[in-house]
Design a protein around this ligand. Structure first.
Ligand code: XMP
Length: 486
């Protein structure tokens, strides 16, 4: 018989606690004194707004990941699709914004306006670089834009309408985006290639790319000025190949998506990816909810930890398996596990966020960022179209361990379990359509700023250190907690 105690303690959920107001020198939450920049994973750039969209197939595809990164958060593309599809979703996010286009659309001079239009449909750019011969060797003979296309017929060769190389305004290597914008303004053009002394094309600056940076000052960016994006992988044999393909597509972070992160598999997959394959992409692993679980993920070599077993809106793990740890306690457990580390593993509080105050509580309890699923499932950017139910527009949200999600996995050949043997631990439901994801992020951020100002915290680290809680004696009934805030 084990000597371990049967009951190891008490657990607190978000509604069981409140942050205690503290004497604060912050004038106002809107005064710009509070910086919510947060770490996501060791080795990955920080983000300005600590909100991450969940790797659920009713929440994060390329559209959600793009919006989240533009707003200053982060998105984890789900894995319930083929490797090729997931790679292409990552590429779409990476393509959206760039300081300079290093791989512009190139086309031979004998190609027609029709060919160029087709190419631009796929590449979503406002120009083509025209080169001599059949293949592009770095030099080019002109540039053509949709305005030039209007000057010819569909079968007109591009050479007849393009601006020839001699008349193309260019910038030299080392020119910054700001300097290039000044040159574009001076010459009244919207694109300007960077060309070396031998006439070789190094990239193309555009005013449109510059406008994006101005429009989205908080955007989460990689070292090349492209949007940050993460992607999920699982623990099947094919997931090693999936991880390598995603890394080759320059995904910024991989998320090892296991409901019970304390499995032996976690260590094994991390070892294979990091040691055997030598992968440098940061990997977040989870989910865990205990001190030991958080230590296990850290000691297995992960670069970040996802905390949460059972708090999610569509989770049924607590009902079906009887397993879980209330989320505030789970976050505190992870913070406790890392408290003496010189470099603490970033903690993602995953699941159970229903209200902006829950985010402030999660960070006060020790999380660096939060992950949200259902709050975003009803937005414009989540995959799928809204449907009308009883006169109300709604969108589907489902647990990734739900029966309907399992059927999808079966169809993809991503599981060896049969439908008869499968016991779902997630549900499928509908949530009201709420318009843009930015509305949800804005409310969460507002709540966090307020919670931080009450806690006299100017940074996420200060919030983690200074926040204090009281336990509420009569928390809301569980059914009330389930009501999703818009
Ligand atoms: P929210 O509450 O934001 O939580 O919707 C999102 C998180 O819920 C988890 N998740 C599940 N948990 N069964 C579970 O027990 C499921 O089917 C399921 N699907 C999602 C996941 O951690 C997600 O980020």
């Amino acid at each position: 018989m084990s000597t371990q105690p049967k009951i190891i303690g008490e657990g607190l959920a978000f509604d069981d606690v409140l942050l205690v107001p503290q004497r604060s020198s912050i004038r106002s939450r809107f005064s710009g004194e509070i910086d919510t920049t947060a770490r996501v994973a060791l080795g990955a750039p920080s983000i300005h707004i600590p909100v991450i969209s969940a790797n659920m197939d009713t929440v994060t595809g390329w559209k959600m990941a793009t919006s989240m990164a533009l707003l200053g958060g982060f998105g984890v593309i789900h894995r319930f699709m083929s490797t090729a599809e997931e790679v292409s979703e990552v590429r779409r996010v990476k393509e959206r914004m760039r300081v300079i286009e290093e791989h512009p659309p190139v086309i031979p001079g004998h190609a027609t306006i029709h060919d160029a239009r087709l190419m631009l449909k796929q590449r979503e750019r406002g120009y083509v670089i025209v080169h001599a011969g059949e293949s592009f060797d770095g030099s080019f003979i002109g540039i053509a834009t949709p305005r030039d296309f209007d000057a010819g017929r569909p079968d007109t060769p591009l050479t007849e309408v393009m601006t020839p190389f001699e008349r193309v305004h260019r910038v030299a290597p080392g020119t910054s985006l700001e300097e290039a914008v000044a040159a574009m303004r001076q010459h009244r053009v919207e694109k300007i290639p960077m060309v070396d002394a031998n006439g070789r094309l190094l990239g193309v600056y555009t005013t449109k790319d510059h406008e994006y940076y101005q429009h989205y000052p908080n955007a989460s960016l990689d070292g090349k000025g492209r949007l940050l994006v993460a992607a999920a992988i699982g623990v099947q044999e094919g997931d090693i190949e999936r991880a390598l393909a995603l890394a080759a597509a320059e995904v910024d972070v991989l998320v090892l998506d296991i409901a019970h992160g304390e499995l032996d598999y976690t260590q094994e997959i991390l070892r294979r990816l990091k040691v055997v394959e030598g992968l440098k992409t940061p990997i977040i692993a989870g989910n865990v909810a205990t001190v030991d679980g958080a230590k296990y993920v850290r000691d297995s070599g992960a670069d970040g930890v996802k905390v949460g077993v059972g708090p999610g809106y569509v989770c049924e793990t607590r009902d079906v398996a009887g397993v879980g740890v209330p989320q505030v306690t789970a976050i505190m457990n992870a913070a406790e596990a890392y408290k003496n580390d010189s470099v603490r593993l970033p903690i993602i509080a995953d699941g159970g966020i229903r209200k902006p105050g829950d985010m402030a509580k999660a960070i006060g309890a020790g999380a660096d960022t939060i992950m949200i699923g259902s709050l975003l499932a009803g937005t414009e950017e989540s995959p799928g179209e809204p449907v009308e139910q009883d006169g109300i527009l709604k969108k589907m949200v489902r647990g990734m361990a739900s029966a309907t999600a399992f059927e999808k996995r079966l169809a993809l050949g991503a599981t060896t379990t049969s439908l008869e043997d499968y016991v779902p631990e997630g549900r499928t439901t509908f949530t009201p359509y709420k318009g843009k994801a930015s509305k949800v992020v804005k409310k969460l951020r507002g709540g966090l700023l307020s919670g931080m100002s009450y806690s006299n915290a100017r940074t996420i680290e200060e919030m983690q250190e200074r926040a204090q809680f009281v336990i509420v004696k009569n928390p809301m009934m569980p059914e009330q907690r389930r009501s999703l805030q818009s």
